[in-house]
Design a protein around this ligand. Sequence first.
Ligand code: C5P
Length: 220
Amino acid sequence: MSTEKVIAVDGTAASGKGTLAKRLAKELGFAYLDTGKLYRYVGARLLARGVDPQDEAEAIAVAQGLNTTLKPEDLQDPALGSDENGQAASKVAALTGVRTALLDYQQNFAKTPPGGASGAILDGRDIGTVICPDADLKLYIDANLEIRAQRRFKELQSKGISVTYDAVLADMLERDKRDSSRATAPMKPADDAIVLDTSTMSADDVFDKVRSAVTDRLGI
Ligand code: C5P
């Protein structure tokens, strides 16, 4: 049994979970894995080759290859953050074989955090339910759809990406629907997760609330 602490941060897109998870990892000195990037990477690789992200055999082959070939810097590519890659990620993420292929990578990260860190924070959709069901702390972060779409719209605008609010809203709605209705590992809070609605909370409010939950549960 590993003694490293694990914090699972799940939730909807643009709910603030990534911002929270990154800040928490920095504060605690834990290793951080944005698991959405793994699905985005698989989706982006397929799109780049002109392959339909719903082509199961191709998607599984890319996901399996990633276990041996992925370098940490591959996940840093800003292009992975586009809505196009988000949609492709959501499509490959609905394929059971892809999820199975990415399981070991995520569980190994949690068990043996890189850099000898004393713990790991994984953010995604199924960390508390499937990847790390024994996590020391599970969080599920959500917010009202329109508010999330506004946040995402502003973020894209600030990066100089030309997009309409309506397109962002439609994209988010479609992705939420696919992510929560898929047969394998649907997006949902674990039974023992702390559920936070961040609609009216600032990033600092969210952080402060979670920071005290960490002290209560993990004693750090
Ligand atoms: O978190 P992010 O928006 O980058 O995730 C992109 C997509 O990857 C999600 O819409 C979801 O379909 C998928 N995903 C997943 N399970 C995870 C993380 C992400 O299915 N643990």
